[in-house]
Design a protein. Sequence first.
Length: 85
Amino acid sequence: MKNKKLNWYTTGGVEKHYDGSFTLFGYIENNDEEEVMSYKMRYMDYDFKEALDKFKIDLKDYVELLKDNNIYTHEAYLQNHWRIT
């Protein structure tokens, strides 16, 4: 991989639950458009905008953690995820 860069994305899906909570989904990919990791989080007692803002911050934080640990592929993530989670 020549240019080590990670991008994060939210997916369009939202899973609503019977208790009023919902789950957001996203992923992080490398410059070769290969998924490095997927991410989901369940939110309770938040409105959608506030939860989405928190979710985006989490994804950005994970990008920094991956970069700090030199993780740019899914295989590297699987071998090292215990260090960053």
